[in-house]
Design a protein around this ligand. Sequence first.
Ligand code: ZN
Ligand code: ZN
Ligand code: ZN
Length: 456
Amino acid sequence: MSLAESVAARLRSPEFDSWMAGAARTGYCSNPVRLSGSSSTLHPGTGEVLSEFSSTSQPDGLTYTRCGNRRSRRCESCSHEYKGDTWHMIMAGAAGGMKGVPERIAEHPMVFVTLTAPSFGTVHSTSRSRIHGTCEHGRPRGCRCGHEPGDLLLGDPMCDDCYDYEAHIVWQYFAPELWRRFTIQLRRSLAHELGLTQRAAAEIVRVQFAKVAEFQRRGAVHFHAIIRLDGVSLDEEFPAAPREVTEVHLSAAIRSAVRLVAYAAPPLTSGAEPRTLRWGAQIDVQPIVRRDGLDGTLSDRAVAAYIAKYATKATEDLDGGVGARMHIRRLKEISTRMGETGDADGPYALLPKWAHMLGFRGHFSSKSRRYSVTLGSLRGARQRWRLDRIVERAQSDGHDVEEVLVIGSWSFAGMGWRSDGDRSLATEAARAAREWRDGRRVRFEDEKGEKDAQRN
Ligand SMILES: [Zn+2]
Ligand SMILES: [Zn+2]
Ligand SMILES: [Zn+2]
């Protein structure tokens, strides 16, 4: 059956409306889980059946649930929902005024930090280098092209033979450890800036952060983070820091922590020299102010929106997912080779598993425990919201209930839509839904983002 015939068959089927409603319930997921079975909603006290749902009443005897994949190439719809969650988590911690985080959180000392990887060799860039001459392989040492943003050559090494691929991969592999050490050093450096012992500082001020990793064109990760100072209190969840502690102390502590942190990465083969890893010299620390940023300053909302944008960005964006860039392909190949040629039970044995991430094995977004709400609690709130609708419906049907009990028995019937036609219809619907929703989203974010969370 051709795609057109397959689409037509679904469009003509008497169950079309019902099928479409089922697809809408998955958010038009591109690879949903097919289930067969049934569930009942019960009154928790009496056990009375309030409503029943069975896949046998559905088209093809199946019901669908979304795949939940966070990578946009796998599922545009589900990765979009995840981005929404991350956006709210990060925004709540920076601007407050939602999800139980008070609005005055935006008055806490807060900065936006970018930490970079060091150089592993000269790459093509947007600025013209003044370095002349050629390397021992006869290639120019500096890029004098001055590339346009978006140029495919950007981030590619001037010379593949000079570029230190091994150093790049080792750094990337241990970047999460470097970040962890940075957060520990930051607390020490902050105490030093305040002229206190670490213990005394910990009694009045706490460091909170949310960070995201972003791949640069050269295939090295950057970390962008919102770092905030809170006070210490037993009765308040987001206490303010003492007034004497300012963003000036925080910025100075960050700069000194970045300079001081080092990690001796184990050698590839036992007996060789360890490699000392540090942050790159390019570091950016900017205060976040609670204004609209009209005067050119960085506003809380602008930063949160910017940082959340990267939450699902992966290496597939670097080469279009087709391996078109030799530099990216080489990073993957060398990661695999380094893992396979090193000691079998050595620290790099798992490196091939992370070759597709160019050796990076960290999370794309993470936060300190008290930065804001958790992704889990947002999901929980959303689920509760759905349950609340069921309760409301039951109440409007004359049932006296506060809570309901859902009992189900489902079995797995496969992955994905059943035909090319179904998949194509779901994809089209997803696109239409997204355009509509993005339009709404912009307005809601301006207004607070509160309703938007429920809508998703
Ligand atoms: Zn999906
Ligand atoms: Zn160039
Ligand atoms: Zn060279």
